[in-house]
Design a protein around this ligand. Sequence first.
Ligand code: DGL
Length: 274
Amino acid sequence: MSQDIHAGLPIAMFDSGVGGLTVLHECLVSLPEEDFVYLGDDARFPYGARSPEELRAQVAQVSRFLLERGAKLLVIACNSATSAGVEAARRVASEAGVEVVSVIGPEAEIAAAVTDTGHVGVLATPATVRSGAYRSALSAQHRPLTITEVEAPDLAAVIQRGFPFSDRVVEMVRSYCGPFQRAEVDTVVLGCTHYPLVRPMLQRTLGRDVRLVSAGHAIAATVQRVLTERGLARESRGEGTYRFLCTQDPQAFRELGTRFLQMPLGDVELVQLP
Ligand code: DGL
């Protein structure tokens, strides 16, 4: 697979659903002149409940699909996909000469920089926690950290369904936050791109003194740097375009996405991955 990579191509981004829109939002703020294509693989949501083998295959497939449509950069806006599949995505993208930007590393770096006590929590899907990806990214930060990881098997699904903010959900969030409170962490990594969408609820439960770290801003900065280094940044010419694809339910994706991004998504294209 090869393509002529040039600045006029869009930046491709994907997640299992609407969570990656939290990353897209930051990119739209920092890089308004760029074009974006975002794929929500809602047919195979939740990625966080899948095995590493399944995730690797899915990530390779989605990456190939997006690159064949034409992209100058690939952003994995999903922690579960990154934790198992970033190498698979890099292999596919390198055949096309395209670079991959992903989550996990940036949040680990920020968390290590902002924690005062060195007690850091990670809230993530089972796939991400079990991969050990945060543990190794945090351990690589050249400062001793005490890490408390909590699997949240149901939180992304609540968000993806459009939030029934019921007592049951509040109770569920409380129980996920319990281990962080007992470990007296001062920083919690939101290790799933869906979670910034419930930031108020998490902040309220953990208290004002706990810093919540997410990836979006750092990813936008990395995208900007990579494009500039590779001579792929688009000349400023007003606002770029954005297109949305999903694999199951365009109507639901459009409604949720419009609400979260606070802008009209336009038509969401239903695609079938080969
Ligand atoms: N947004 C995905 C992530 O960052 C989680 C949702 C899922 O389980 O598919 O891990």
